[in-house]
Every structure is written in C-alpha cells, then in structure tokens.
Design a protein around this ligand. Sequence first.
Ligand code: GDP
Length: 137
Amino acid sequence: MERTLAIIKPDAVAARSTGSILQRAEAAGFSIVAMRLVWLSKTDAEGFYAVHRERPFFSDLTTFMSSGPSVVLALAAPDAIKRWRALMGATDPAQAEEGCLRREFGRSIENNATHGSDGSETAAFELNYFFRGLELG
Ligand code: GDP
C-alpha cells in the first residue's frame, strides 16, 4: 500500500464537484485514510507550493489556492502516487485524456480541479503538511 496527498481544489469545491470526485476516487480503488476541508491562507498555499516559488505562475497559483475552501485527502492504494496522477490526467484539462478528472472537472491549466503528489518524497512532505501522524493511523 502507498499513500498520496490529493486535493480537491477551490474551483471544484465551489462547483460542488467534491462528492463526484470522491466517488471517482473510491470507484478507482483508493481508500480515504484522512480528509479535511481547509481554507488555505496565501501563506499556507505558498508553503505548500514552495518548490514552485520561482515559476512565473506562483503568485496566481497561490492566490487561486487561497480563494476558497479545498478538500485535502490522504489516499491509499497500491502504487497510489502514480495511479492518482493517471486518474487526474494532464495538468492542462484540454490535454487530459477522456475520462480523467481534470478533463471532466477542470476549466483551465490553473483551475484544474485536483492535485496529486508527484513522487514519494513530495508525498511524505505534503501528507505531513496537512495531517498529523495520529490522523494517518
Ligand atoms: P501538476 O503536478 O500537474 O499539478 O502540475 P505542476 O506541478 O506543474 O503545477 C502545479 C499547479 O500549478 C498546477 O496543478 C496548476 O494548478 C498550476 N499551473 C501549472 N502550470 C500553470 C501555468 O502555466 N499557469 C498557471 N496560471 N497555473 C499553472
């Protein structure tokens, strides 16, 4: 079993897509280990995306991520990191394959509905950013 940190981003929560995305995650075989609704501050979002601070879209991204509540999730499955990223699809919803979450629920390269850790070190950092050890069991 592997764990990954997933986020239902503010655009998808505002669009009331949370239930549909959770259903898709469970149907694809992910177990929900921990889950919380959080309204990130700009500083919280900057800390979460610190690796992107040199990217040109960093300011827009952190403004978007602090624009409303998100749902943060610890998901578990065999090969969870790779499989959750495959279920999300490409960063840009227009490039994501048919049937992927970002294709279905995303609106733009920034408002792309979901996040997923991109590797095991990132997953460890991101899970720890949102959840205490106790909550992860
Ligand atoms: P991911 O791993 O697929 O989420 O993609 P990245 O790590 O490259 O980017 C992190 C997040 O920044 C993405 O999920 C988007 O929300 C946002 N993002 C990525 N590229 C762009 C861009 O070119 N412009 C803007 N405004 N946001 C972007």
